[in-house]
Design a protein around this ligand. Structure first.
Ligand code: 5PN
Ligand code: ZN
Ligand code: ZN
Length: 268
């Protein structure tokens, strides 16, 4: 049986203010940070955890985040560098449905789409202060068409009809693939742990922890539904890492990301 492999797919960068990264703490000023997808080749199929942002969407709706993304940093481009096509992906797991984590979903036309039940519900019925986060609804064409602002033409959307499977609680969705509830940043946020044969487990925090400094300071980002739940989830991630001797992989940490292996290199 083939051993599980994990590829980090660089998705380009965005800019936000330091006060958004470190809520009520800063320092302020532009912080440019990476976004990435995680491809898991597993005996049960190919999984992608998060799909980065869509450049055209950010340019249209959040141009102040100054997106920089090459062709190789799009989902189709990154998969092509591995000799894969978007149709080769069997499952998409989204940690949550913020635009910088689901922008590439629409390319993965054959995949079954997994998320927390509360996240699917929240994405179509969010708090007013969450609208920018949930501004890219192309992961769910029916929701996107109900939005006030009409979508610009996008050939990818003409053939995209995703199947959703919603989950609740902590669970092992396939051998060695664990989802842990880490709510607060959003209503139904999941972090992912991947057990591998040849190394420590990898624990992908997603936006429950943007960077190592957020963990060291126990400081959450300013984008959140519930700050108290967010802090609790930071503690939970720290405890999970200790319990499983897992290595933490942060969602938006330029310094850490520089040390990660990126596709076509992989972890196994
Ligand atoms: C990168 C980024 N920019 C804006 C928002 C937001 O309004 O909610 C989440 C978020 C982001 O992750
Ligand atoms: Zn987020
Ligand atoms: Zn994010």
């Amino acid at each position: 049986m083939a051993d599980t492999k994990v590829y980090l797919l660089d998705g380009g960068t965005l800019v936000i203010d330091g006060y958004h990264v470190f809520w009520n703490r800063g320092p302020g000023g532009e912080v440019r940070f990476p976004c990435y997808a995680v491809l898991i080749e597993h005996k049960d199929g190919r999984y992608i955890f998060d799909t980065g942002y869509d450049h055209a969407h950010v340019q249209r709706v959040l141009p102040f985040e100054k997106p920089i993304q090459t062709r190789e940093q799009t989902i189709p481009g990154a998969l092509a560098t591995l000799g894969l096509k978007p149709q080769d992906i069997d499952y998409v797991i989204n940690s949550h449905y913020h635009f910088d984590h689901c922008g590439g979903n629409k390319h993965l036309t054959k995949a079954c789409t997994l998320c927390h039940a509360k996240e699917l519900e929240a994405s179509g019925n969010c708090q007013p202060f969450e609208h920018l986060g949930y501004s890219d609804l192309t992961f769910h064409p029916e929701l996107a068409r109900k939005q006030k602002n009409p979508l610009p033409p996008d050939p990818a959307m003409d053939i995209y009809t995703p199947r959703f499977e919603t989950l609740k609680g902590d669970q092992e969705i396939a051998k060695g693939l664990w989802l842990f509830e880490t709510p607060g940043h959003t209503a139904g946020h999941y972090s992912l742990m991947v057990e591998l044969k040849g190394r420590r487990p990898m624990l992908f925090t997603a936006d429950a922890c943007y960077s190592k400094k957020n963990m060291d300071l126990m400081c959450i980002s300013s984008f959140h539904l519930d700050p108290v739940a967010s802090v609790k989830s930071l503690h939970c991630l720290k405890e999970l890492a200790a319990k499983h001797d897992a290595e933490l992989f942060y969602s938006h940490d330029a310094e850490s990301f520089a040390t990660y292996q990126k596709g076509p290199a992989y972890y196994a």
